[in-house]
Each structure stands twice: as C-alpha cells, then as structure tokens.
Design a protein around this ligand. Structure first.
Ligand SMILES: [Zn+2]
Length: 488
C-alpha cells in the first residue's frame, strides 16, 4: 500500500510501526458551530481511509479530539450570553450526531481538550525545562520555534521564509515573532485552570500533541487533517511533541484537499456556504459520500447540487443493478450461456482487482469507484442480453462484488425492496383460484393472469389487476427477464 506523505511530498510504501497495527489521529473540530461540508470532506475522507486500512487487515486505533476550549467558543458564548462550556457541549453533541448520520464511524478514542489539562501542563513544563519554551511576564507560555532544528519539516517551510511572511505583532512578551502560545493567561470571564504560570488555558496546538502522546503513544503511523491545518497547526503540534519526547511524532502526514462550491471557495458572503446538516436534510449520506469519493482526497473537490443529484442517480443505478442480479439469479429459467457467464465472472474479478489496486495507490477512490461503475454497466448489459436465462453463480458473484465494494467505502446502498406482502395470497385466490401458501408463487400466478388478460385484449381485467396491486403498494415491472412485482 502506498500513501502520499505530505511531509516528504512523496508516495511512500506504507510500513506500520507495529506489524499489523495502525495508530492514527485526525484533528477534530472546534465545537462552536455546525460543521460545514468542507470539514465534512476531511472527516469522510479519513473515514474511508480508516475503513480501507481495516479491510486490508490492519488493527486500526483511531483517535480524534474535540477542541472544546478556544477563542471561537468563548466569542460565541459571549454573543449568546451563555457559558463557553454550554456552547461546547451543544456543538460536541451535534458533531457526534451529524458524523453518525454521515455514516462516519465513531473514533476509538475521543479526548476533549478540557479533560486533558493535566497532561498538557505536564508537557509544557517539560518543554520549559528542556529550553524549548518560556513563561512570559504576562502569564503566557510560548514555544521557542528556533529551538527546534526540524521546525518546518511537516509543512515544507523554512524558518527564514516564515519570518518574511510573519505578521509583526505588537507582542513584547514573545522573544521571537514566530513563537506560539502553549498556554494563555486567562482574561476575566474566560474559562480558566490553575497552572504553575497562573490561571489560564491551553493553546490549540498543545492539545493534539498531548493527546496523541497520551492515547496513542509517539510516534504514530498516520496523522491527518485538512490541508489548511498543515501550517501552523500540524507544524506546531509536531514541534512540541518531538522536542518534548524525542521519539518523532508521526511517520506519515496526510492532508485532504479543499472543497469548492461550483468552482468557488465556499464562504458565507458568497452565499455558497453549506453545513453538513443542510446537505443531509436534502440528500442521502450515501450520495454525498459517493460524490466525494469520485475525487481523490488530495485534489480540490467541486461540490454542486447538480453533482449531488447525479450521485443520487448513480446510487440508484447501482442498487437497482444489485437487486436485478439477485432477482435474475433467483428466477433464472432455461439454460445459461456458459461463455457469457464466465465473461461476467471475469468482469467481476477484474473490477475487484482494479478496486484493490486503486485503493492501495494512495486511496485512489475515484478509480476504485469507476471500476465498479464499469461492472454495473457490464452486468446490466448481461441481464438484458440473457433475458430469463441468467447464470445464478455469475449473478451472485457480481452482485456480491458490487455490494461489498461500496460497503467497504461506507456507501450504504438502499435496502433491497422488501419481501412481497402475504396479502397477495388472497388476491391470487380471488383472481385465479390460487390455493397454495407461497407468496412468490401467488405473485407468479397473478402475473400470468395479467399476461393472459393482455394477450386476450381483456384490458378491463388487466387494469383491474394492476389497480388491485397498486392498492397494496405494488407495481409490475416488465424487464428483459420477464415481469415481476415490486413494492412501489
Ligand atoms: Zn490537531
């Protein structure tokens, strides 16, 4: 399996630290608002990556934090006249709920910043003792960026270039403009915790470093997040952890690309800003995921309602194909053409191999999905051509392959239409004197009665049968392999 490591800017052969196990961490949200679909892209991408690692046989331990203390939360709380803890609690719960609605698996470990103050203070103390951090007059503690010789390696930046771009802040407490806060002295009314440097709260970059170390142990195999986090957040996380524990921090850094809406950057002022909740009110989580999978996770993803509608249609096409294959296998009549059946089985095997190869090539979901779109097309052609004489083994191999691949990606195909209702027994009895107890046979008898009525141009009877079925919520579908009854 090859993974693109953003720190080395190369695709590398993935070799976990401990054989068969993967420890991964993905930065979670700051819980002050509903997440937007750009955030959702990151979390869905890493969910797919995690699922593929699990499907490949790795025992994956996945940790994701909730940043539940931050300026944004404090500002929101002040705007609304609530406490920061209330705001954080509300949006933590909303985040957990909407991730589940999006079929994103819960992390194995979900630490919250406010519950990790002790380990963070421990890390800061150690950094001060080792000369990598200093307490300023104002009660803040800063990390000394120039004390870390490898600073810049995660995001590919050089310290001197950073200086050129650095905002010259009127902050006399910092020894160097590049230094960043590990601990912030509390202002009146803000959440605060006691520390050796006075009352205050941890800086954002501090929490992930401390949590990774506490819950996964450093170094970890994979650290991920949106590309906007590479600098300064990930760079700063890495600097603290490597200077504190000298074990390295993350072997592979993975960053997801941006999400655009109709080709433009999403922003509230452009009116093209959507929360995940808004999208899932209108469309299925499976369609959103399928849309996202059709672009590689590192590339910019273009979201539009039209594309989402297209993904919804693709999903329907896939689910219908799976259903038709199963139906054709269960209702096969006549001798199947062995050569055609072998060709379909070969197509299913080819799709599976292409899928695996694509996923092992830095999680190339676009190609992986395309392999199965192709198989759906081939399966549909097969069903059309063989009409009723489908080969059950080939149909099952194909349907299982398609359903299995989408299940691995976390794309839930709609459930097959339910079993036919028992009430059909009575209808079949009334229409054609059927006396058995098999609902399937009753359905066949009704379809035969309808075919007979149509052949005799008895439209009144044919329509009456159709109406009676419709009252039961059923429709007749005429397919190449014959007619069948389905729930509407
Ligand atoms: Zn982080």
């Amino acid at each position: 399996m090859k993974i693109y490591n953003s720190a080395t800017r190369k695709k590398e052969e993935f070799a976990p630290i401990e054989e068969g196990k993967v420890r991964m961490y993905v930065c979670g949200p700051t819980v002050y608002d509903n997440i937007h679909i750009g955030n959702a892209r990151t979390f869905i991408s890493f969910d797919v990556i995690r699922r593929w690692l699990i499907a490949s046989g790795y025992e994956v331990t996945f940790a994701q934090n909730l940043t539940d203390v931050d300026d944004k939360i404090i500002n929101r709380a002040n705007e609304q006249g609530r406490t920061a803890a209330e705001v954080a609690e509300e949006f933590s719960e909303k985040f957990i709920g909407i991730m589940r609605a999006a079929n994103v698996m819960d992390p194995d470990i979900r630490p919250r910043a406010t519950k990790e103050i002790g380990p963070m203070i421990g890390m800061i103390k150690s950094l001060i003792e080792q000369g990598h951090a200093y307490a300023a007059e104002n009660g803040d503690v800063y990390f000394s960026v120039r004390s870390d010789p490898s600073y810049g390696e995660v995001s590919g930046r050089k310290i001197d270039d950073l200086m050129v771009g650095a905002r010259i802040e009127e902050n006399e407490d910092k020894r160097d403009p590049l230094d960043f806060a590990l601990w912030k002295a509390a202002k009146p009314g803000e959440p605060e915790w006691p520390s050796p440097w006075g009352k205050g709260r941890p800086g954002w970059h501090t929490e992930c470093a401390a949590m990774v170390h506490r819950y996964l142990g450093t170094p970890i195999d994979i650290h991920g997040g949106g590309s906007d986090l590479a600098f300064p957040h990930h760079e700063n996380e890495c600097a603290q952890a490597s200077c504190c524990w000298h074990e390295g921090f993350a072997n592979t850094w993975m960053h997801t690309g941006m999400l655009l809406v109709d080709g433009e950057k999403m922003s509230k002022s452009l009116g093209n800003f959507f929360t995940l909740e808004e999208v899932l009110e209108k469309h299925s989580a499976a369609a959103l995921r399928l849309l996202m999978l059709q672009t590689h996770y590192r590339s910019p993803l273009d979201f539009s309602w039209e594309r989402l509608e297209g993904a919804e249609n693709s999903l329907e096409r896939i689910a219908t194909c799976v259903e038709n294959l199963v139906w054709a296998a269960n209702h096969a009549t006549g001798e199947a053409d062995a050569e055609r059946a072998a060709a379909l089985i070969a197509a299913a095997e080819r799709a599976s191999a292409e899928f695996e190869e694509a996923m092992n090539d830095d999680f190339n979901t676009a190609s992986a999905v395309a392999a199965y779109f192709q198989l759906v097309t081939e399966a549909n052609t097969y069903l059309d051509e063989v009409a009723g004489a489908a080969d059950p083994e080939a149909c099952f191999a194909c349907s299982a392959g398609i359903a299995g691949a989408f299940a691995i990606l976390g794309v839930k195909l709609r459930e097959p239409k339910e079993e036919l209702p028992v009430g059909l027994l009575g209808v079949a009895g009334g229409l054609c004197g059927y006396t058995g107890d098999s609902v399937d046979d009753a359905a066949e008898a009704i379809l035969a009665a309808r075919a007979e009525a149509r052949a005799a141009k008895n439209w009144e009877l044919a329509d009456a049968i159709r109406d009676q079925l419709r009252d039961m919520g059923l429709v007749i579908e005429d397919t190449a392999a014959g007619s069948r009854l389905k729930r509407a």
